[in-house]
Structure formats: C-alpha cells, structure tokens
Ligand binder design. Structure first.
Ligand SMILES: C[S@@+](CC[C@H](N)C(=O)[O-])C[C@H]1O[C@@H](n2cnc3c(N)ncnc32)[C@H](O)[C@@H]1O
Ligand code: SF4
Length: 462
C-alpha cells in the first residue's frame, strides 16, 4: 500500500526531484511517525495555562528586566494584523478593516509606539543589542509608508538599533509597490518575507492572488538588486496544485536569486474550514502534501539550499531569520496584538485586537497572560530548539542516546525513521522527514523524557 501510494504520486515526477531518496525516507516511517498524525510544534503557552494574568505578567517582567544582563541581545517582533482583504485559505491572525481605515491604522500604530516606549524604560532594555526587527502579520506593508516610518522612528528613538540590526518585513506583492520598496530601503529594511504561496496560475486564482507572476518576480528582482535578503513562503496542499507546477515554481524563484524558502502545509482551522470544504479539502489525506513537501525539500537541497529552521531552506545570505532567535541565545520582545515574546525564562502573550486596543496604553502593554518555564521545561528546551532549527549538535545527540525507546535509543530511533542524519561537520541534521515531523519529534522527546522520570534531575537532559 505504502509503495503503491508512492509510485502513483511520483510516476511523472520532474527529474529535479530525488525520488529514490524520498522513497527511502517514506518507507522508513513507522509509528508514531504517521503522516496523517502530524503535530504542530507548540510553544510553552500553547501547552498549558498561563501562570499569571496580564497585569501580573507585566509586574513579573518588569522585575525580571530590572536585573537582566545588559549584554544579552534580543529581537523585536511587531504584529500587524491588517490586510487589504482576508484570504479564504489563511489561518493567520489578520483581518480586513472596515470603515475609518486611516484612523484605525493610526490608532494601532500609536499603541505600538506606546508599547515600545514602555518596554524601553524597563531595566536596561533600551541599551541591549537589537539583532533584528521583524514586522509580521497580516500584511505590515498595508499600513502604508508614513505609518511604517513612524514605527521605524519609534524603534530608533527607544532602542539600541545599530547598523548590524536587520530590518525585516512580511508582505504580499500587492502592497509592495516600487514606492514602498524605496521607502522601506531608506528606512533600513534589508529582508523581505514574501507570501508567494504558489506560482501556478490556476492555484493563484483559486486562492485569490490576482497579481501576475511576472509582477511578483519583478518585485523580487527589485529588492534583490537593492541588496535585500528575499525569502518566500510556499504552501503545499492548495487546491489544484500539481507536483510539476510546485517544483517549477521553486526553480523559477531560485533562478531569480531568492535566498530562502519556507514550505508550509496548508493548515485547516475553524477560520478557513468553510473554504476548505468548498474547495474539497476538508477530508483530505496529508500524504500528498507530505510528498510535495518532500519534493520541495529535495529540489531545494539540489539547488544548494541548507536548512535554518525545520521548514525553512536558506542560502549563505539568509542566515538570520528572527524565528531562530532561541538558537542565537536571544530574547524576543514581541509587541502588538497576539504577539508572544520571551524574556529569559518568562513567556508572555498579548490578547486579540479589541482587547489589545482597550488595554494597551502608556502605563501597561495590555498583556493577556504570562508563564515562567519550569525547571523541567527549561531542561527540555535545548532539544526542542535544536530540532526546530534543524540541527542537533553532538552534545545533545549524546543526551538523546541515553533516552530509551522500544529497546533502542531515541537517537537511533530517529535515525532509523530517517528523521535525522549525521552532519558532515558535527552532530546531526534533520532530513526532509524530520522537517515534516519536527513537532512530533519534540512531543516524543518530551513524552519519553517524562516517562523515563529523568525529570528529577533536569540537568541530565541536556
Ligand atoms: C503571516 S502570513 C503573511 C504573508 C502575507 N500577508 C501574504 O499573504 O503574502 C505568513 C504565511 O503564512 C502562510 N499561511 C497562511 N495561511 C496558511 C494556512 N492556512 N496554512 C499554512 N500556511 C499558511 C502563508 O504562506 C503566508 O505567506
Ligand atoms: S494570507 Fe496574507 S494577505 Fe491573506 S489574509 Fe493571510 S495574512 Fe492577510
């Protein structure tokens, strides 16, 4: 059955896809690694309730920041929830503004600036090095040039932004006009995360992407010519997608010089369930999406891209995405609605838009809640960070060797399932299987570590 599914899917696979290698990985999978039981990697706050209310969390963070080391770098994440329209397939926290658009934008930007100012007054945060400022969403470029410039000015006014700070934003092609690119370049932006989703015209039509592919490629070339790092998002599992079209899309984007690729599987949540049903995707199998993901990984590896996150492939210029802040030992100052940040071992999160706008002000950031990692959660963290970043250093590999599963070590188990493979330099790296199953691997590690009752001495875990 497994073999048959495989042969059917890859019968006419483009030559750039390393079919024998994918077959080996597919056939190696055995329970609990089942493609239809894929798990999302969850942050600590997604696994248990908050320890503190928003107000308590803020008091705790203030006390922590008062004694935090002044040389510990951090990144800034700003969440912009607005878009010109809500795409039916989208599961992000984003929405279309109704009337009074300019006022809503201005009010939100003012809140962000209030919040940035407030954080900058805590401890030595205003003097600590800022590695990256990343604007995510939603569609940050939807704010328009003046509002974006206000946020940039606010960051400069309150934090130790240097020439080494990398400025990054997420955008659609629609709002990335030449004028926007020029303004953002003058403001210091040098990284773009472009939501491409697919280059196949029928797929683009099905998900409401109206801009022609030629325009998209033109914007990519413009930003590359300015020296930006350009990363694109592609989704596996969209309606009407074909393997040949998916692979051709990657090749086209690689040929114009794109530096990084994030590959997502289409997630179906209550917010896009109706659309999924009307597109015939509600009772889908994940297997074709896994096959497409595998093919993408294989083509990217063949084009010289390495992995810098479980679902992200990068060339030598694309090494500093904000998502990998834990691997760099940084904190994350997250600002804006639903943004979640980490300061030391304390995690916090903001509420949804209406509550954020009500609660955030010059005296408090209007948090939803916060929690401190327990000793056990902290002990589990290095393996989680390593798996999600795609590389397991030798020292952690040794720790995994002492965790038993089905009469073998977890390290061996993962190798046997072709989730990891030895790295040429040191330790292990995730395979494409590992990229797909990163969330399952983290969960399995957590479960086994708890089961083995190694929790009595968390230091033994890393
Ligand atoms: C925060 S969105 C911002 C991108 C930008 N607004 C755009 O649409 O081009 C980041 C990425 O999440 C991915 N995404 C959105 N909805 C998704 C879903 N239902 N399943 C998987 N990935 C999704 C898309 O690839 C998107 O580019
Ligand atoms: S895919 Fe992008 S543009 Fe579309 S609703 Fe989601 S965040 Fe907005």
């Amino acid at each position: 059955m497994k073999e048959q599914l495989f042969q059917e899917y890859y019968r006419n696979a483009p030559t750039a896809v390393n079919v024998p290698q994918i077959r080996e990985q597919w056939l190696a999978l055995a329970p609990p690694y089942d493609v239809d039981h894929w798990l999302l990697p969850l942050p600590v706050w997604g696994q248990r309730p908050y320890d503190h209310t928003g107000a308590e969390a803020w008091q705790t963070l203030r006390a922590d920041l008062a004694v935090a080391p002044s040389d510990r770098p951090f990144c800034i994440y700003l969440h912009i929830p607005f878009c010109s329209s809500k795409c039916h397939f989208c599961d992000c926290y984003s929405f279309k503004l109704g009337g009074y658009r300019a006022e809503h934008i201005q009010n939100y930007v003012n809140r962000l600036c209030d919040e940035l100012r407030l954080w900058s007054r805590q401890g030595n945060l205003s003097r600590r090095p800022v590695s990256t400022v990343h604007m995510g969403g939603g569609t940050p470029t939807f704010l328009g040039e003046a509002a974006l410039a206000q946020i940039v000015g606010c960051c400069h006014a309150h934090f130790a932004i240097t020439e080494d700070t990398e400025w990054a934003l997420e955008s659609t092609v629609e709002s990335l006009t030449p004028g926007m690119i020029a303004t953002m370049h003058r403001s210091g932006y040098r990284r773009l995360h472009l939501g491409v989703q697919s280059l196949e015209e029928p797929v683009r039509a099905a998900i409401g992407r109206r801009r022609p592919v030629a325009e998209l490629l033109d914007r990519v070339e413009q930003t590359l010519a300015l020296g930006w790092v350009v990363s694109v998002d592609l989704v596996c599992g969209l309606p009407g997608q074909t393997l040949a079209g998916f692979v051709a899309g990657i090749q086209t984007l690689a040929a114009v010089g794109v530096n990084g690729f994030s590959l997502y599987e289409l997630l179906i949540y209550p917010q896009n369930q109706k659309w999924a049903e009307s597109s015939g995707l509600a009772r889908r199998s994940h297997v074709p999406n896994y096959f497409m993901f595998q093919a993408g990984a294989s083509v990217l590896a063949g084009n010289g891209f390495g992995r810098s996150l479980f679902n992200h492939w990068a060339d030598g210029r694309d090494q500093n995405i904000y998502f990998t802040f834990p691997t760099r030992g940084e904190d994350c100052l997250a600002v804006g609605t639903i943004a979640d940040g980490v300061m030391g071992d304390y995690h916090y999160r903001h509420p949804r838009y209406a509550a954020y706008m009500r609660q955030c002000g010059p005296e408090q950031p209007g948090l939803q809640g916060g929690l401190r990692r327990t000793a056990v959660e902290s002990a589990l963290l290095p393996v989680r960070t390593a798996v999600l970043s795609g590389a397991i250093p030798q020292q952690l590999a040794l720790a995994l060797q002492s965790v038993p599963v089905n009469g073998q070590s977890l390290l061996h188990h993962w190798q046997q399932q072709r989730l990891i493979q030895p790295d040429a330099a040191d330790g292990f790296v995730l395979t494409a299987n590992g990229g797909w199953f990163a969330g399952n691997m983290v969960r399995q590690w957590q479960f086994l570590a708890e089961q083995a009752n190694q929790m009595t001495d968390p230091a033994r875990l890393c």
